[in-house]
Structures are given as structure tokens and as C-alpha cells.
Design a protein around this ligand. Structure first.
Ligand code: TYC
Length: 112
């Protein structure tokens, strides 16, 4: 009697009697996501932060104002969740834009 590995179909005989059993999770692992965080400071003008959120995170004025106030009151907020590459680009764009405009605004990312 032939015993088949559990991942193989009974219609499909093993080629040399050996097969690797892979759990479904290992075959279909999703790429990790990253939160982009905006941090509060005492100097960056509120209107500038609202502008950043509209320009780089596609928010409308009301959403941008609400998130800016959350950062102002709580110290930080998540402003978006992206793949590693997109999150890194957003952080760089915000940091460069703030620096060019001489504001100390800080933006970071962390794995979700
Ligand atoms: N705390 C700033 C002020 O009072 C406003 C501010 C909001 C700064 C959000 C940074 O990410 C920030 N002018």
C-alpha cells in the first residue's frame, strides 16, 4: 500500500516519494503595513499642519483640521497606513517639506 503526503491529491502520485508540506499561511503571507505618525510640537503653525495633511495624505479640510487638533491635544496621531515603501516616501516628503519651510514638525513610521 502507498501512503501519500497529506498535501497531495490521491490522483497525483509522488514523483520520488517525498514532498514538502507547506502550511497555507506560509504561502499567502501578506506584506506588513506601517502606520505613519505625526508628532506635536510647540512651534509648527496649525495651518501648516492642516496643509500637510491635505497635500500629502489626501484629506479634506475638515478631516485635516480634526487630525491636526488630535495631534495638538494628544501628542501624536496616525495619519495613514501604507506599505513600507509608501510609508517611507510619505515620511520623507513631510520631513523635507517641513524643513524647507523651517518648521520643526516630526513625522515617523512604525510597523502596525
Ligand atoms: N502644537 C502646534 C501649535 O500649537 C500645532 C501642531 C499641531 C504642531 C500638530 C504639530 O503635528 C502638529 N501651533
Amino acid at each position: 500500500m502507498t501512503l501519500y503526503p497529506i498535501t497531495m491529491s490521491q490522483d497525483d502520485p509522488p514523483e520520488d516519494g517525498v514532498d514538502v508540506i507547506t502550511r497555507p499561511e506560509e504561502k499567502t503571507k501578506k506584506p506588513p503595513l506601517y502606520k505613519v505618525l505625526l508628532l506635536n510640537d510647540d512651534y509648527t503653525p496649525m495651518e501648516f499642519v492642516v496643509h500637510i495633511l491635505e497635500r500629502f495624505f489626501g484629506m479634506n479640510g475638515d478631516a485635516a483640521n480634526g487630525i491636526m487638533l488630535t495631534v495638538h491635544m494628544k501628542g501624536l496621531a496616525v495619519v495613514g497606513v501604507y506599505s513600507h515603501e509608501i510609508a517611507e516616501t510619505k515620511v520623507t516628503q513631510v520631513m523635507d517639506y517641513a524643513r524647507r519651510n523651517q518648521h520643526p514638525l516630526q513625522c515617523t513610521m512604525e510597523k502596525e
